[in-house]
Ligand binder design. Structure first.
Ligand code: NAI
Length: 379
């Protein structure tokens, strides 16, 4: 079987991490499955700007809008290109509404907690609303003054003084429900025992509180036979529960093993993904995927690392793990598992890129390309 995978090389360390990661992904597939990937490159970022005059050419967007699987390296935002962020532009143009980050521990890595191995979670974060709607106005600007005057005069928000900065936090049932549905389907597909809705509904009842309510309603409406709630547990069914965001931060430290899938609003999900990544060693190893209803767009979660770009010092692990996630998605879990196991074995063996060497006691630093070879050999 063959599958076309569109790929964007990315800026900065992009080329070198791809050179190290792609052979590992292809080799894992050769060892474990009948699937062959047809890698088709799409221009984006600085390279595309130089070649076509646009950092996000029309042909790239057109191909991605018809694709079902793609993978990208990090993209910087070219100065003066007239785009706030290429990642935001891609997310909006392709309606990539769910940001999904699996977080797990890699043996051998130093962690600030005593049992990092108890963390094994996937965070599903809403990607289009809440603070990502980007609706905010500077203090004293005509827009902020107008908005605040409206809130005071028309809606009775008497505590406002008039000179504040102001933002809007929109949240719709449509956006919340499609995010929670995706999280639920993941939990059911993998036979996981619970899904936790994370929100701040005790303070923001009509936005955060509604996220929680819409989540429960969706589970009751569309997954009635397969789910239960914490209040009435039923053996063999996926338990839906919710936690106030601040309590959740305590719980992931104290009892991470109780949570497997988190569904969160945009800002809470942002904080939680990074806090959990730090808890397992804070490595630049985390993979991620942004999904629409038609496209799974995998990406290394770190940036272009301009301080080390082109010097064979980058860690290709995040891109390798993106590859593993993609292979799971494409129905090749054996090959995906091999990549994770090979990476873990390589880290534990202690010859690693310098960012990892700083976190693995007794480790010896090596280059990006050599680390790729080590992981390849450990497949
Ligand atoms: P960054 O993630 O590029 O760098 C932060 C620190 O982490 C640096 O010290 C860097 O050397 C290190 N680092 C990052 N990736 C690494 C790797 N693979 N191996 C070893 N060390 C690594 O974040 P920064 O500096 O804030 O952003 C630089 C550029 O990247 C900006 O243009 C930003 O917009 C873009 N960016 C793109 C992202 C994406 O495409 N998903 C995500 C974050 C930033």
């Amino acid at each position: 079987m063959r599958k076309t995978v569109y790929w964007i090389e990315g800026d900065g360390v992009g080329p070198e991490i791809w050179r190290a990661a792609r052979p590992v992904i292809d080799a894992a597939l050769r060892l474990e499955s009948g699937l062959t990937l047809d890698w088709t490159e799409l221009p984006a970022g600085e390279k595309a700007l130089a070649e076509t005059g646009s950092p996000l050419p029309e042909e790239t967007l057109r191909a991605l809008s018809q694709a079902d699987v793609a993978m990208k390296g990090p993209l910087g935002t070219p100065v003066g290109a007239g785009i706030r962020s290429l990642n935001v532009a891609l997310r909006q143009a392709l309606d990539l509404y769910a940001c999904i980050r699996p977080i797990r521990y890699f043996r051998g890595v130093e962690s600030p907690v005593r049992h990092p191995e108890r963390v094994d979670m996937v965070v599903f974060r809403e990607n289009t609303e809440d603070v990502y709607a980007g609706i905010e106005y500077a203090a004293g600007s005509p827009e902020a003054r107008k908005l605040i005057a409206f809130l005071r005069e028309e809606l009775g928000a008497a505590s406002l003084r008039g000179d504040e900065a102001a933002g809007v936090k929109p949240m719709s049932e449509y956006a919340c429900a499609r995010l929670v549905r995706r999280a639920l389907l993941h939990a059911l597909k993998h036979g996981l025992e619970s899904l936790t809705l994370v929100h701040k509904g005790n303070i923001m009842k009509y936005t955060e509180g509604a996220f929680c309510r819409w989540g429960y309603e969706l589970a009751a409406r569309e997954f009635a036979g397969q789910t239960c709630t914490e209040g009435s547990p039923e053996p063999g069914k996926l338990m839906i529960r919710d936690r106030i965001a601040d309590a959740m931060f305590q719980e992931v430290l104290l009892h991470p093993e109780r949570h497997r899938v988190l569904a969160a609003t945009n800002l809470n999900g942002d904080y939680l993904s990074d806090a959990l990544a730090a808890q397992v060693g804070g490595l630049g190893l985390a993979p991620g995927v942004n999904m629409s209803d038609s496209l799974a767009f995998f990406e290394a979660t770190h940036g272009t690392a301009p301080d080390i770009a082109g010097r064979d010092r980058a860690n290709p692990g995040s891109l390798m793990l993106c590859g593993a996630m993609m292979l799971d998605h494409l129905g090749a879990p054996g090959a995906a598992g091999r990549i994770r196991a090979a990476l873990e074995k390589s880290i534990a063996a202690g010859t690693v890129t310098e960012d990892l060497a700083a976190q693995v006691p007794g480790a010896k630093p090596t280059g990006c390309a050599a680390f790729g070879d080590i992981v390849g050999a450990n497949l």
